[in-house]
Design a protein around this ligand. Structure first.
Ligand SMILES: [Zn+2]
Length: 241
């Protein structure tokens, strides 16, 4: 087939369509986010059904139709097998929802693809979910170009020493003297700020080995996910983050 393309994709959403078909939203390496039609996959004998499971990573062969991409073949690279419980499914749903709502169709983005690839590869490995959610949040904040100032006070420019605060409204750190100007400022530990920087500068393989207390990790999850929610301006259905 002339119009046939090979690409790796992460399945973000599936809906039944017609008698036996499915519409599948996939983030692909080659085309970015696309919707493809998987014909006949709800029939028992379908050969491609198993490899387009929700949140799996698959090798796809697609052809581009007039309006939709058509899935012609696929094979599973990594299935989505939650290790713990519902929380992993919720987090995967949330990541999908964020990507679907914030990334336009058919705009390839290798950095987002790589982030999704490493995040979805990590499900089922028994990783603490706060590691994964804070890593995804801080990386996606960075890739979206809305990183906060994590070095100096956003108001006076000095390096905060003992007590540090963080403001979503001000997009960064504050020292004690300047907090009164930002009503949403909340205290944040030095180690949380360090871990936030570390998560931007390193991949997940390194970030997951970072020595961090539960308290600082919970704080990191809290601050990064709140900041992401505020800056991407979408209504998120899931209540996990
Ligand atoms: Zn200041």
């Amino acid at each position: 087939m002339i119009n046939s393309h090979h690409t790796i994709g992460i399945v973000l959403k599936r809906n039944n369509y017609g008698e036996a078909d499915r519409l599948v939203v996939v983030f692909t390496e080659k085309f970015g986010k696309i919707t493809l039609i998987a014909k006949g996959v709800r029939r028992l004998k379908s050969k491609i059904a198993g490899s387009i499971e929700l949140f799996s990573i698959s090798d796809l062969t697609v052809s581009k139709g007039k309006n939709l991409f058509v899935l012609t073949a696929s094979s599973m690279i990594k299935p989505f097998k939650p290790h713990q419980d519902l929380a992993e499914i919720k987090l995967a749903s949330l990541i999908s929802e964020i990507i679907i709502k914030t990334i336009p169709d058919e705009s390839p983005n290798n950095k987002v693809f790589n982030l999704l690839y490493e995040s979805f590869s990590a499900f089922g490995l028994g990783l603490k979910l706060n590691i994964l959610s804070s890593y995804f949040a801080s990386s996606y904040i960075y890739l979206s170009g809305v990183s906060p100032n994590l070095d100096t006070c956003i108001q006076c420019g000095s390096k905060p020493k003992d007590t540090i605060f963080f403001s979503n409204l001000g997009n960064g750190l504050l020292d004690k003297d300047c907090t009164s100007l930002f009503p949403d400022a909340q205290e944040i530990t030095q180690n949380t700020v360090k871990a936030w920087r570390f998560s931007i500068e390193n991949d997940l393989t390194r970030f997951r080995l970072l020595k961090i207390s539960n308290n600082d990790l919970n704080q990191l999850t809290y601050f990064t996910t709140n900041y992401l929610k505020q800056n991407i301006q979408i209504t998120i259905k899931s209540d996990l983050l």
